[in-house]
Write a protein that binds this ligand. Structure first.
Ligand SMILES: *Cc1c(COP(=O)(O)O)cnc(C)c1O
Length: 357
């Protein structure tokens, strides 16, 4: 089955909303493009894929995902290159993760052909919604949820998978103040922290809000057993540069396997930086800061790519980091990643999937 030969039934909007959109003032996640991709799972198979006008869906009050949370999602971005082609960054990595999340939540696997075909047809139809402006992109949100009208606890027999998209502007990246979380946990070994499950986000809202009330933008999650080891920062993976080495917590079942994390580590190695994936103790980070050896700290994720950390709070103390302009590793890696994603640097790892219009 090839992406070009099969056509998904498509219902176009009568009139595009694109002329109503102010592309210079986009708020993240508020503006949706004209169409969406929808496919339903029942009787053991994905059925009836369609591209439809973006819009509301009727739901039964007994929809099982609303009760028991069988709901997962993904996030990725598309860019336009100088020739007007659409460039997707590592879409198959996102599909693989979607399917790992699905497995963990007892949901059906989505086949690669269906995902890529739906994605490609949607993007071709809404190609004008992919911003060409520097720093802008089309944020792509695939999601899957259980649709059985049944309030007994068991894996649903029916599901819906959708892809919706939002044009987004340059991420406003003021360096953030983060605080080490001493009590709450995001996830534990053996839990579902590696899955992009909706429920993980719900459970993180209260700890995040409490941290914000104390004046910090974001929290650093620590391990569930001892609160001694760093896990992630908010909804991003976290990295440090200590003693000229780029260090990040190694992957486990409690850490989300970020595509940006993986890409940053690879590009850092390509640029000749030393990289370590291992356990990172909070005390080690604080000691490095005290010794003047903590030169960088940042989060990684699709939305912001690199989110610089200005300050780390731990045990009643604020520890400041050097100015962002001095941060060699993250600045160089971020700039290189930017060039690869937008087609301005050679794609040596085959990360870019081009849709020629
Ligand atoms: C999505 C996510 C990330 C970042 O993953 P990317 O693939 O880089 O966008 C990191 N941590 C959590 C908890 C996430 O949900």
């Amino acid at each position: 089955m090839s992406v070009d030969t099969l056509t998904i039934p498509t219902q176009r909007v009568a009139k595009s909303r694109i002329s109503e959109v102010d592309f210079d003032n986009l708020q993240f996640g508020k503006t949706f493009s004209d169409h969406m991709f929808v496919v339903d799972y029942k009787d053991g198979a994905w059925q009836n894929p369609q591209v439809l006008p973006y819009g509301d869906m009727p739901l039964s009050p007994a929809t099982s995902s609303l009760h028991y949370g069988q709901a997962i999602f993904e996030g990725m971005k598309a860019y336009k290159n100088g020739d007007g082609d659409i460039l997707l960054f590592r879409p198959l990595a996102n599909l693989q993760r979607l399917n790992k999340s699905a497995e963990r939540l007892c949901m059906p696997e989505l086949p690669e052909e269906l995902f890529m075909q739906g994605l490609e047809q949607l993007l071709r139809l809404d190609a004008d919604w992919v911003p060409a402006k520097e720093g802008s992109s089309l944020y792509i949100r695939p999601l899957m949820f259980a649709t059985d009208n049944f309030i007994g606890v068991r894996p649903s027999l029916t599901y819906r998978f959708l892809i919706i998209t939002c044009p987004v502007g340059k991420y406003y990246d003021k360096p953030v103040k983060v605080a080490v979380e001493p009590n709450y946990v995001r996830s534990a070994e053996g839990g579902a922290g590696y899955a992009k499950a909706a429920g993980n986000y719900a459970a993180a809202l209260l700890p995040s809000r409490k941290m914000q009330e104390k004046g910090y933008d974001q929290l650093i999650w620590t391990d569930a057993k001892e609160h001694k080891y760093v896990e992630e920062s908010g909804t991003m993976n976290i990295m440090f540069v200590m003693d000229d080495v780029l260090v990040t917590p190694s992957l486990s079942t409690s850490i989300l396997h970020g595509v940006t994390r993986d890409s940053v580590l690879q590009v850092a190695k390509d640029l000749g930086f030393r990289v370590e994936e291992r356990r990172v103790a909070v005390d080690e980070v604080i000691a490095a800061q005290q010794a003047g050896k903590l030169t960088e700290a940042f989060g990684t994720g699709t939305a912001a790519i690199i989110s610089q950390i200005a300050l780390i709070h731990h045990n009643g103390q604020d520890y400041e980091l050097p100015p962002v302009e001095t941060r060699k590793v993250s600045n160089q890696v971020g700039a290189q990643l930017d060039k690869i994603r937008t087609g301005q640097a050679p794609d040596t790892h085959n990360w870019v999937y081009k849709i020629s219009l």
